[in-house]
Ligand binder design. Structure first.
Ligand code: DGT
Ligand code: MG
Ligand code: MG
Ligand code: MG
Ligand code: MG
Length: 275
């Protein structure tokens, strides 16, 4: 029987290409990490081995997908930002999400023994879900990243205070939770300083700001600023040149503020668009 008799079943598949000219964020998040982190004895509130492992996995995923312009990670999540004009997988949402999530999961599991040499990985093995969100404007994409970094700060301030009250202060978890209920940032800063001599602003940046992964390459004179004579950025040869440059570029991880303008002004190529 001709294969074509069955071809009609393809019509049941739903198209899921994401709209053009939008930045695409693929955010992955560890499944059930509240349990996973306890079972694998993660340090509280922050386990630097676990953070370094997340960052190592994100570096590999970013290296393997040249259209990832930046990734931001904190806790058990990582957001991968794809260029607004990416044509990767024809912008199909399911293909993008599953590829990033499975690539990240594979890296995380394979790299585990390097970061936890004395802690075997046990079932249920870590997995990561993923979703794609489109942001039509650079400004909104930046606000998205601000939202994740602000979340990192708020959670870290809470967790740092909570675990100091419990581990150093000898309080029960219930009592610490009760006391922290309804407090604002300045209250927590004061508890940390007065009871434990900790100035929150001196806590490591990696905990307070999370991790930013990006391709590091110099922009040539006149690029990005709109000044000077520019080659047509939409020409095929120019796009190919740009792609090669990105593939060769070093991928780095930094722990800095991305809410203010300074980070972006110093690295104009990250969100440089074609239109
Ligand atoms: P989900 O995402 O709905 O499957 O559920 P969870 O349990 O993964 O919840 P989520 O993603 O909201 O919270 C992340 C959990 O991971 C949270 O319980 C804190 C934990 N976690 C993340 N990083 C660390 C760490 O460095 N140390 C410790 N002790 N726990 C961490
Ligand atoms: Mg969750
Ligand atoms: Mg999670
Ligand atoms: Mg999470
Ligand atoms: Mg196939």
């Amino acid at each position: 029987m001709a294969n074509s008799a069955y071809q009609y079943v393809r019509d049941f598949e739903q198209p899921d290409a994401l709209p053009p000219s939008n930045w695409i964020v693929v955010r992955i998040d560890g499944r059930g990490f509240s349990k996973f982190t306890t079972k694998h004895s993660f340090a509280k509130p922050n386990d630097l081995r676990a953070i370094n492992l997340m960052n190592a996995a994100a570096l590999e995923v970013t290296r393997s997908l040249v259209d990832v312009v930046l990734a931001y990670g904190q806790s058990d999540e990582y957001s991968f930002v794809l260029s607004e004009n990416t044509t990767l997988f024809d912008r199909r949402a399911a293909k993008l999400a599953t590829t990033v999530a499975t690539a990240f999961t594979a890296e995380y599991c394979m790299l585990w023994p390097e970061y936890f040499p004395n802690q075997p990985l046990t079932r249920p093995f870590p997995t990561f879900d993923a979703r794609c969100v489109c942001y039509p404007k650079r400004r909104i994409l930046r606000d998205y990243l601000c939202w994740r970094q602000a979340d990192c700060h708020i959670n870290n301030l809470y967790n740092t205070t909570f675990w100091n009250m419990v581990l150093q202060g000898g309080m029960s978890q219930t009592d610490a939770e009760l006391e922290l209920k309804g407090t604002v940032s300045s209250d927590k800063n004061e508890i940390l300083f007065k009871r434990f001599g900790i100035n929150y602003n001196n806590e490591p940046l990696v905990f307070r700001k999370g991790s930013i992964v990006y391709r590091k390459y110099e922009m040539k004179e006149g690029e990005g600023s709109g000044a000077g004579k520019q080659a047509d950025p939409t020409s095929r040869s120019q796009m190919e040149k740009e792609r090669k440059r990105k593939m060769k570029a070093e991928v780095v991880v930094e722990h800095v503020d991305l809410i203010g303008d300074a980070f972006w002004e110093a690295r104009p190529w990250i969100l440089a668009g074609r239109r």
